[in-house]
Design a protein around this ligand. Structure first.
Ligand code: ADP
Ligand code: MG
Length: 757
């Protein structure tokens, strides 16, 4: 097939055909298709069933989504005609059941005869497929004016004989365009296509090697299955395809990056790195050594390193990054360290200077001969300070330049930028990388550290073009951390919480008190970057639980909590400091310094302390309104305590009734400190689509079958295949259908996360 630079749409010959040429539909119907994003035959074929019904199977009513259009298989329990009191209009009231719960059905009818007709169809005990929107009416769940088909005696006889046993595909539907109509349209479209009409993004040799069916037969399998195996195989093939297309693009980007030139920065004997290692106050963990070796080897190559260092909170990523920076400085280059906040940037400078000692006083009287300098560049500096730091960076006197991301947009010049470390970040886009490139003669080496551990398969996808180093363990000698959930409305537990804080302080410790908001007088804008979860009821089961719950109270705010704690007799006059994102950098630095030194051993803060803040004396953390925080955020927060030799304590004060998603999050957090395990749980608890960002859900080209968390084996295979393909054909010149599929995925917003690395 010749490539005409067309999109994937066009690559299926009939895909561009507007629906009206294929579907014998009325214009009104076409509009309804358009409302589902279906305008062409290609769109229609990519509108996959979300499940398959079987007349032997019944749907779990508790799992249905309120407000959504659903199709469920259920058993009729009763059906009768009622007349409206005022108008006398008839309606059918029926109950259907899944065996455990019942759901009300109501069908409004213009006259009695029509209503009676429905009652005759809805024979108690019969099973049927009911489609419509789930609503809550008078506090009860109901399905109003559903369309339905009763199994056994209502299907077209001729078709029934042949197809009665086939699985019934059930499509995402809308009011007026039920699953059945979509099913008929898909079949009509599919019946006209042959294998030749449907080009395949998975190249023939790969298909042969993996024994994969063609895309055409996969489409038939998912849309018109004759057995369960048909749709399962079809889905498996499409799942592989999704992984493969994604990995092909990642492999192509990785190959492009590897073709770039960079300056090799080999380790040098007798340099800063050696001197640094000699004065390290601790022994590197096995993981740190291994990651260090991988990085050292990368830096010796004349192509830019592209590496992700991911590891448990407190596993010592900073030291690994610092050692990489020193290797580059030893080789005559400079390193930039980008931190997500200015608080963290300032802390890094303090840590680096402390660890380096006189090695960081290069050029100063009394400094080490091989020494260099560490410059800090933030927006909050005085003009004079800033100017001298800019000069140190531009002249090369400063081997290490620390700053926030503003460093990239700034007119900061480097003498010879050799390495960029992006610390504790999830998002570092293509655009930013471009800006970096502009600051170096050659592409600099890149090391990204993640703020939270993420499962390997997610890392492979989100950071797919990066090589991965992992720190699985925290340094020995930490006493660990105990976590408890404290119900906010339990007076005795709350008393105990604050007296525990006091005891920690009296024992020489420090305690963080974390709030979700800054200012009590503001609605919800003062979250200071907290990822606040507001768990709307999603399913019928949750809605029923929510209805029984007390109304929500407003979230506690830093400015209010700091006042009440200063007066609180349970804290016995302990000094309380405060920290939030609206303070100036100097104020923030002072707040952390006062906390570290013990001047204010209790610090009330927003999540600005989430990432990276390292105060080894901090032993306790109280998180208020813990139910609104995300799991990985809670894990990060908790990682701020128990970093020294004293055991840590984390108290999650929460309003999270049993059975809610929030309660599950908190339960998981109390149960383990393994960040990788928590990341896995977190992804499972999130709704579909959230893994890769909301932009991915529901769109054409979004991942429909691939589950990044659980489909590790598929992703592994697809990556191997994609890398092999790209090795032979770096720009995929021979595979237009694959290139077209990549373009389609990217056109639909996938670029967003592909670029985040
Ligand atoms: P993170 O991986 O969360 O960024 P840090 O780099 O901030 O962790 O390290 C956490 C703390 O552990 C720091 O105080 C650091 O000095 C210390 N640390 C790092 N490596 C080791 C080690 N091998 N042994 C003991 N302490 C270490
Ligand atoms: Mg860190």
């Amino acid at each position: 097939m010749a490539d005409k630079g067309l999109t994937y749409h066009d690559s299926v010959a009939t895909n561009v055909d507007p629906l009206d040429e294929r579907v014998p539909g009325k214009p009104a119907e076409l509009k309804k298709f358009a409302a589902l994003g279906i305008e062409t035959v290609g769109d229609l074929l990519a509108h996959y069933p979300w499940r398959y019904a079987d007349s032997r199977e019944v749907t779990d009513i508790a799992s249905l989504a309120v407000g959504r259009n659903v199709s469920l298989v259920a058993q009729v329990r009763s059906a009768e005609v009622r007349l409206a009191q005022k108008t006398g209009k008839p309606r059918v009231e029926a109950k259907v059941t899944d065996g455990a719960r019942t759901l009300d059905l109501v069908i409004f009818m213009p006259h009695r005869g029509a209503a009676d007709f429905h009652v005759k169809r809805l024979v108690p005990g019969s099973l049927g497929l009911f489609s419509g929107q789930i609503n809550i009416f008078n506090g009860r769940l109901q399905l109003a004016n559903p369309t339905y088909a009763i199994f056994g005696h209502e299907v077209d006889e001729a078709v029934a004989l042949e197809e009665a046993e086939w699985p019934i595909p059930i499509y995402p539907a809308t009011a007026g365009l039920e699953s059945d109509k979509i099913r008929a349209a898909v079949r009509a479209a599919l019946d006209r296509l042959t294998e030749q009409d449907v080009p395949d993004p998975v190249p023939g040799p790969v298909r042969a090697e993996r024994k994969l069916a063609s895309r055409w037969s996969a489409l038939r399998g998912v849309h018109v299955p004759q057995t369960e195996e048909d749709w399962r195989k079809g889905q498996a093939r499409l799942r592989y395809e999704e992984a493969f297309v994604l990995q092909a693009e990642l492999a192509r980007r990785r190959a492009r990056a590897q073709r770039e030139e960079s300056t090799a920065r080999p380790a040098r004997a007798g340099g800063l790195l050696e001197a640094f290692d000699a004065r390290l106050p601790f022994v590197l963990t096995e993981g740190q050594v291994a990651a260090g070796e991988q990085i050292a080897a990368d830096l010796e190559r004349a192509h830019p390193m592209q590496r992700l260092l991911q590891g448990e909170v407190g596993s010592g990523k900073t030291v690994v990054a610092l050692r990489a920076m020193l290797q580059v400085v030893d080789a005559g280059g400079q390193a930039a360290l980008l931190a997500p906040t200015s608080v963290l940037a300032a802390q890094h400078v303090r840590t680096l200077r402390a660890l380096l000692g006189d090695l960081a006083e290069g050029g100063l009287l009394g400094g080490s001969e091989i020494g260099t300098r560490v410059a800090l560049l933030t927006g909050a500096q005085s003009t004079a300070e800033r100017r001298s730091n800019l000069l140190e960076a531009a002249s090369g006197q400063a081997g290490i330049v620390v700053g926030t991301h503003a460093l990239l947009s700034d007119p900061v010049q480097f003498a010879d930028l050799g390495l960029v470390v992006v610390d504790e970040q999830h998002k570092f886009g293509v655009e930013q990388r471009g800006r970096l490139q502009a600051k170096a003669a050659n592409a600099p080496h890149l090391l990204v550290t993640t703020a939270t551990p993420i499962p390997r398969t997610v890392a492979m996808t989100v950071f797919g073009e990066l090589e991965i180093s992992e720190l699985r363990h925290v340094p020995a000698g930490r006493s660990g951390i105990t976590t408890h959930v404290v119900p906010a409305d339990n007076r005795a537990w709350m008393d105990r919480t604050w007296s525990r804080v006091r005891e920690e302080v009296e024992g020489g410790g420090r305690a963080f008190v974390v709030c979700a908001r800054i200012d009590p007088d503001e609605d919800d804008d003062g979250t200071d970057g907290a990822e606040v979860f507001d768990d709307e009821p999603v399913t019928v089961g949750e809605a029923q639980a929510a209805a029984q719950r007390a109304p929500k109270r407003p979230l506690r705010a830093v400015l209010e909590v700091v006042e009440t704690l200063r007066e609180d007799p349970r804290l016995g006059g302990v000094a309380v400091g405060l920290l939030h994102g609206r303070m100036t950098s100097e104020e923030k630095d002072r707040a952390i310094a006062d906390f570290a030194s013990g001047r204010t051993p209790v610090l009330v803060s927003t999540t600005v302390i989430e990432v990276g803040v390292d105060v080894p004396a901090a032993t306790a953390m109280v998180i208020l309104d813990a139910q609104v925080f995300g799991l990985s955020q809670l894990h990060q927060l908790r990682g701020r305590v128990g970093r020294g030799s004293a055991p840590g304590l984390c108290l999650l004060v929460a309003d999270a009734p049993e059975g809610t998603v929030a309660a599950q999050r908190l339960g998981a957090l109390a149960a383990t400190t393994d960040g990788f395990e928590l990341a896995r749980v977190d992804l499972e608890l999130r709704k579909e689509g959230d893994v890769l960002g909301s932009a991915q859900s529901g769109k054409r080209g979004a991942l429909r079958f691939l589950r990044i968390v659980s489909d590790g084996a598929v992703i592994d295979r697809a990556r191997d295949d994609a890398r092999a393909l790209v090795e032979a054909d770096p720009e995929l010149a021979a595979w237009p259908a694959l290139r077209a599929a990549i373009d389609l995925q990217l056109a639909d917003g996938r670029e967003e996360f592909l670029g985040q690395s």
